[in-house]
Design a protein around this ligand. Structure first.
Ligand code: ZN
Ligand code: ZN
Ligand code: FE
Length: 759
């Protein structure tokens, strides 16, 4: 006889606030099981009674059929005594003694809610704050844990009778949906002009769409902050927005109603389509269609558009039946964090936006749009933020509680607990007061909602980084502080997300990071473990004429490479670069180099890209780091297999000499070879050169694993090329998938290193 039994099942992960208990309730009913389910301090606990076979099927169905937002990290199950339950019920949460449940990120509105919103007979017809347990805001509206309505920015809205009934009904899609609301009881939108005067209109969203169609710029409050919106098909509007936003040249993101529409102006391959349509709704880089009708000012000198689908109900209302696409760029002046508060937005954006479409649901935690590019067969983060944070990176083993402060540019921070590494949302470039405030706020907020008190603080060795200064200023004798070398952290980050122990050959290739010798590193080959590293090869040191000015003006680097190759004979070179440059300027830079005035030494590969771009005359002045390198990538033909000669010198450390490459390029310039071919040959050269080094070191040490990290790997041609070639040479290649390869992934590596070194 099949006698009834009882089991207790504990599930950890993202299982609260995502409709998990109603799901269990319905699943138990389906299988005729009795017992109960409740939230606990660390997840969900289930007690079921019934036939062993039904319990078996029930248990297996949990992982298979779980709600879309649930993320299970651990399950345990044990036999317990039968208590003789007469029904299955959801019981009140047990006391939250330790607060260690995982929180869900913010995700896009679900299909069920959209169907209701576009149905005239529904009570939430055209209601822009519709949501349910399967969708809507989470992370950005939480002030504290546990995740309950009074601890979110929905606390000021009292649910009406109908909403409350939904909230209380375990069989309803809105059972315990904390942000549940309707037009009678929830948040509302309003439209203002730039002077702060409220516009009289029945439907602020419809009115905002009309204004956008007339070419106006509208600041729109979203999920994780404000966007500045303009009609992407209206060149005047886009150009005006670009000009007002401090004339920066960074590409603007686009939002379009569906992937069919996106396909009219950009190539959407199946992988990108899946990525774009996922509940996280990232910005995905898609190749532009030639002859597309959108404004050329959206992403000048770039072959790609960054495109996303609508993710809030408000976005859907705005875009339905309007626009091919909207420019939706972060609501900030360049360099500052994105605005989240209504007053703050009026203050900071009124010189840019003509109108403000705002609402009264507060954003507690700012979160920019995430950006992803599909490269070498997988999705790669350029920016990891909304939709993904606070899902942790799951580590191989337990680590002490650590705060890792990250770098200077594209800063993120990391807090660890158990096997979880929580990497924060994108914070930004720590170069001004506002971003530093956000950095400090993010640390304290995350410490609070994750309930983490760090025993270790890890930070970059660079003494001038504001993130390092923050770490050094923390006064707590019980906290161990661990400085970490920048490129070691890059490689450790790649190792940690791949759960690798090392040693690995690490290619740490980026713009700049402080070296142990005080020079600016950035073209580094390391043999790395978490516990330490040996620098085995690097780009030859070259002067960086004018320091920061050389990063802004790639032509200065071009002069540095020419001088390194030709000395004073560079003045006689018969190439456009020398012919077109102001002779005084040229002489001035040469003098700086000769006398060593304000010329720190750098082994940066990013600067090598800049220098070559400068030499080809691509950019006189850039508005963001990596812009010249990006343009060099964009003009590459990608067809030729030709490359330039390169050379190493061997000593304690292999040095990579740029001179033979520069000579080859100059020769091609003299012969009027097309720039696109030169760029391709340059990319090919680097792919060969670094593979060659890995082979040499592999042979010498027996290490067959190569880890790739650093901002240079955002270059598609280089990244895809070197992965392919290293794999052909039988290397096991570790790449970033969970955090960006740029400095946005640095904090994870710092934390991984500190976990080993801090013991
Ligand atoms: Zn929904
Ligand atoms: Zn209501
Ligand atoms: Fe870096």
């Amino acid at each position: 006889m099949n006698k009834d039994i009882a089991r207790q099942i504990k599930i950890n992960g993202i299982v609260q606030g995502v409709g998990f208990r109603p799901f269990i309730y319905q699943l138990a009913a389906e299988h005729g099981l009795l017992g109960h389910v409740s939230n606990t301090s660390s997840g969900v606990r289930i007690h079921v009674e019934g036939s062993p076979s039904s319990i078996e099927v029930f248990s297996r169905s949990i992982a298979k059929k779980k709600p879309p937002l649930a993320h299970i990290t651990e399950t345990s199950s044990e036999h317990v005594k039968i208590a003789g339950y007469k029904k299955f019920s959801i019981i009140k949460s047990l006391n939250q003694e330790s607060r260690s449940t995982l929180m869900s990120p913010d995700v896009c509105v679900c299909d069920d809610c959209l169907a209701e919103m576009f149905s005239e007979s529904d009570r939430r017809y055209r209601y822009p704050f519709i949501n349910c347990t399967n969708c809507g805001p989470r992370y950005t509206i939480i002030a504290d844990i546990p995740y309950d309505r009074p601890k979110t920015s929905m606390k000021s809205f009292k649910m009406c009778r109908l909403c409350q009934a939904e909230y209380d009904d375990p069989e309803n899609r809105r059972f315990h949906a904390q942000p549940n609301a309707c037009p009678d009881c929830g948040p509302h939108t309003e439209l203002f002009d730039s002077k702060g005067k409220k516009m009289k209109c029945l439907d602020p969203i419809k009115q905002a769409a009309l204004l956008l169609e007339q070419g106006r710029i509208v600041a729109i409050k979203g999920l994780g902050g404000f966007h500045l919106a303009a009609d992407a098909g209206n060149n005047d509007a886009v150009a005006c927005l670009r000009q007002k936003k401090n004339r920066e040249e960074k590409p603007f993101a686009l939002m379009a109603f569906d992937t069919d529409i996106i396909n009219t102006f950009a190539h959407v391959d199946p992988d990108s389509k899946d990525l774009m349509s996922s509940i996280q709704r990232p910005i995905v880089l898609c190749r532009k269609r030639t002859g597309n009708k959108l404004s050329p000012a959206i992403s000048p000198n770039n072959k790609y558009f960054g495109v996303m689908l609508p993710y809030t109900p408000l976005h859907y209302l705005l875009l339905k039946d309007h626009f091919t696409a909207l420019v939706m760029t972060s609501g900030n002046l360049s360099e500052e964090p994105i605005a989240i508060d209504n007053n703050e937005a009026f203050e900071r954006l009124s010189d840019i936006a003509d109108y403000f479409l705002i609402h009264n649901r507060d954003i507690y935690l700012r979160s920019d749009d995430s950006i992803i590019s599909h490269m070498a067969g997988k999705s790669r983060f350029i920016r990891r933020s909304r939709g993904y944070v606070p899902i942790p990176v799951f580590l191989k083993r337990k680590v002490p509680m650590t705060l890792a402060c990250g770098g200077e540019l594209k800063n993120t921070i990391c807090l660890t607990k158990g096997k979880n590494a929580f990497v924060s949302q994108h914070i930004g470039d720590l170069e001004n007061r506002q971003t530093l405030d956000f950095f400090e706020m993010a640390i304290s907020h995350l410490k609070n909602i994750l309930d983490i008190k760090p025993d270790i603080i890890a930070y970059d060795m660079h003494p001038d980084y504001l993130s390092s200064q923050y770490a050094m200023s923390v006064e707590d004798v019980n906290v161990t502080k661990i400085p970490v070398q920048h490129h070691h952290a890059h490689i450790a980050s790649c190792m940690a997300e791949n759960r690798a122990d090392g040693p690995v050959i690490g290619l740490a290739l980026d713009g700049s990071g402080y070296g142990t010798d005080g020079c600016i590193w950035g073209g580094e080959v390391l043999i790395a473990r978490y516990s330490g590293f040996t620098r085995v090869a690097h780009m030859e040191y070259l002067p960086l004429p004018g320091s920061a000015a050389a990063i802004k003006q790639p032509w200065r680097m071009a002069v540095s490479y020419l001088y390194n190759t030709y000395g004073k004979e560079l003045f006689d070179l018969n190439i456009p670069f020398v012919a077109q440059i102001d002779e005084q300027k040229l002489k001035f830079i040469v003098k700086m180099i000769e006398k060593g005035i304000n010329c720190p030494k750098t082994s940066s590969l990013g600067r090598f890209f800049d220098g070559v771009a400068g030499l080809l005359g691509l950019q006189k002045e850039v508005s963001f780091e990596g812009q010249a390198a990006m343009e060099l990538e964009m003009i590459a033909h990608n067809k030729t297999h030709m490359r330039y000669d390169y050379e190493f010198t061997y000593g304690e450390c292999i040095q990579i000499l740029p001179a033979p490459v520069i000579r080859g390029i100059v020769k091609d310039l003299k012969n009027k070879v097309e720039l696109s071919v030169i760029s391709s040959k340059f990319h090919n050269t680097l792919i060969f050169l670094f593979t060659d080094i890995c082979e040499q070191i592999g042979k010498r040490t027996g290490i067959k694993t190569v880890a790739l990290s650093g901002g240079v790997f955002q270059n598609r041609i280089f990244f895809e090329g070197i992965v392919k070639m290293l794999e052909k040479k039988n290397f096991n290649v570790l790449t970033h998938r969970l955090v960006p390869s740029n400095d946005g992934g640095l904090c994870l590596g710092q934390a991984a290193i500190a976990a080993v070194c801090g013991k």
